[in-house]
Design a protein around this ligand. Sequence first.
Ligand code: G3P
Length: 216
Amino acid sequence: MKIFLDSANINDVTNAYNMGAITGVTTNPTIISRENKKFDDVLAEILAATGPEILVFAEVLALDAEGMIKEGRAIAAKSSNIVVKVPALAEGLKAAKVLSSEGIKVCVTVCYSPTQAILAANAGATFVAPFVGRLDDIGENGLNLVQDIRDIFDAQGIETQIIAASVRHPIHVIELAKMGCDIATMPFKVIQQMIANPNTDRAVAGFLKDWEKVPK
Ligand code: G3P
């Protein structure tokens, strides 16, 4: 399973990228707003800090298809690595259909049901992003949604890739990987939680201590 970073923070991007952990960076308007910088500048910084293999996701803000298409074309023109995010709304699907037909990679985001995912795939989306943690937040099971979409896409031979979003902790990551989710996008904190293990720290400290006993 591929890991994407769900952050526009340049330190997080650089750290995650240098660790070899990620092959994509996802943003949304909330994530961009945290950086207190212009949208174009944030995107340019992320692209400059990463290599050509990294996809960078940026979301449209218009609520009508025409506006989304215009924004999507402008965002996509910045780099061939850009993926345009449109919401899982009727207008978003209309935009996804047009942008995809123009060869622009589209992610249908804020997906909360398998039916939205089916429609996103039919509209030509390269990616669909179900929100796992936010379903957990309201007492539903976000992982079950991803499993349903996985089962449907497999049964139908649909190639649209599933990006599990709103991933909150390492157990989400493990369960998503086991079910064959294509990608999970997460804050840098979750990537840090994935690597952290006190036994590893203890072992490294023990090796260093024992090395002191080796005659020099
Ligand atoms: O990628 C979607 C994500 O940014 C939402 O995450 O934790 O705000 O639900 P969260």
